[in-house]
Ligand binder design. Sequence first.
Ligand code: ADP
Ligand code: ZN
Ligand code: ZN
Length: 729
Amino acid sequence: MPEKTRIIRVAIPAPLPRLFDYLCTDLTVAAGMRVRVPFGPRPVVGLVIETDVLSDHPSEQLKAIKTVIDNKPLLGKDMLSLCQWTASYYHHAPGEAYLAALPAALRRGEPARLPPPDSWQLTAAGQALELDTLKRAPRQQQVLARLRQATGAVEGSVLCQELGSVRPIIKALQDKGWIEQAKPPTAAALANAGPALSTDQTAVVKAVTDKLHGFHPCLLEGITGSGKTEVYIQIIRAVLEQDQQALVMVPEIALTPQLVDRFRSQLGVDIAVLHSGLTDTERMRAWLRAANGDLRLVIGTRSAIFTPLARPGVIIVDEEHDSSYKQQDGLRYSARDLAVRRAQMSAIPIVLGSATPSLESLHNAQRGRYTHLRLPQRAGLAELPSMRLIDIRRARLREGISEALLTSMQQHLDKGGQVMLFINRRGFAPIMMCHACGWSAECQRCDTRLTYHRGIHALRCHHCGSERRPPSQCPACNANELLPLGLGTERVEEVLRAQFRHIGIARIDRDTTRRKGSLQALLDEVNSQRAQILIGTQMLAKGHDFPHLSLVGVLDADGGLFGSDFRASEHMAQLITQVAGRAGRGERPGEVLIQTHHPDHPLLLQLLGEGYDGFANSVLEERQAAGYPPFASLALLRAEAPDADAPRRFLTLAANLAAPLCGKLVERWGPLPAPMERRAGRMRAQLLLQSRERAALHSLLKQLMPQLYALPEARKVRWSLDVDPIDML
Ligand code: ADP
Ligand code: ZN
Ligand code: ZN
């Protein structure tokens, strides 16, 4: 080996349980820089993790890198440690874990150069323009109107998020000389102070800002509408004053323009909003600006947890119980759990906020690991809504809606209030059945029934997306008696349109909001009161503030009482509490009516009687008795293949390898078929590992995983390990 040659260890984007060593003569290369290296048939972009290592392989066998891409590290020590921790905690291929921290453009090897700014403001000509003259160019009118109401320049990505893909429109307006590129707003003078905080809010802000230096995990349990967002803003303000940066995590669905506007207008700083709709360039831009310290505030969904910060000051995780923080394929991390870990590594405070905290976080607070902060009252004059059950046993239902609920709706509408009906199922009906013989339409690729969508007259599988025309007669008995059974949002809309003929109705679910900008348009209809009735799925449960909403109806609370998953009741209680929390946020008192066939069910009664906290405490007791999380740790090994044999064989071998490692501390369940055995044409099985000692489970996994990679049977299936799974599907 020539004298100046070093051996460097590189992360490669491949599903393999190790890093790879290469020779390198470049003395400037350092951890966190990208290199191009030979790997398989063509060079790949890898990330240097260590330099000057002692390789287990003789150096004659090592290949040399091709080129060094960066002249300084893209990831600092802090991010590299976070990635390393992620790989080892989730027992995932380290190469994939490290590269998950880079935006796609950088993973592809593009130069880490800041793309030109992309913020827009009106020119003088644009200011002077009569918007009415643009009636025939409504999209241009929209963009101009949006810029006119803005307090400063608006980023292109924000315009696209709010108004749909308006890139060509931006270009056209620029060509006409009506808008121009501008520096993003930085003037602190823009900041409005926000409302004066209540005593409770002030106490919470103080509890966090008194300890800004050092790891300080807090659970902020604040009922819906208690002013948590206001608290976040004040905490961030204190962090910004110290010239540090803040990272705010939000669930995808809760990321609304209103939320971002509140942060922007009250803090008066430039904000990067990271969500799944960004282009690769936009994402890289925000990533680089956060990394160099230029951006002071980053708001983002799950993957934003990997945004590097030059001077981290605080992390906030809003709606920390939300299941969208868990990645459900590939590297199955929990962004909330990583956030806690990251705050600990960076020695900064973290605030986990929710009206309905996860049982994991409540348990951590009860054990004193997290400081438990509370906001038990609504902000301003608003009061929590009253909740009541409607017993629908033997009640006459109009397509699933009781007379009692219809009457109540009419009363609220008469008084000028808005009404929201919640049903967590989209489409028209979840079952299409033959009344003559009992046949029902099933997916050909999954073990599940097809949902009937009337709008597009199709049967659709909500698991694999396949779709077909409904048969005109029963394929089993040829009768002409096919009936759609059960209730979905589309059907509820139809019933209500017939019942309330002259009242505007907005349906908000994944089908009506697929197009960019359509969610915003529907929300506008509600906020302008053109729509007085809202129907929706869990998309409505989060974050939205409808000041005129006075009645919330929950059409079916029973699903969560008997779900097969041990988390079903937790999720039901969170959904009901969050949905109920949409009511009565303005001046009108709110009312919540919950239809159920089980009005005596202890969990429902507890939720209504003692609120979410009382409910959570009894479920925690149940979990402790049963040895479920958070009193135990789980890891789920999944395997799937076109035939049922290969997954079973692989998991049986895995179970046999695990057996001698289990000892007394780890229990094995399976291999068993997955609750939905066939999905998208593949047969699925799983092996559950469970232990009351997290460390015992992880030490087992650490020994087991390399053995699994080495199994020839592993190559015949698609397999994955899910540490801390949130569903068993
Ligand atoms: P949460 O995030 O807990 O649901 P928000 O921060 O959205 O609550 O606050 C709910 C509503 O109350 C918002 O309209 C907000 O502007 C208002 N609000 C918050 N804090 C105060 C306060 N101290 N005084 C008056 N209004 C407030
Ligand atoms: Zn039939
Ligand atoms: Zn399917």
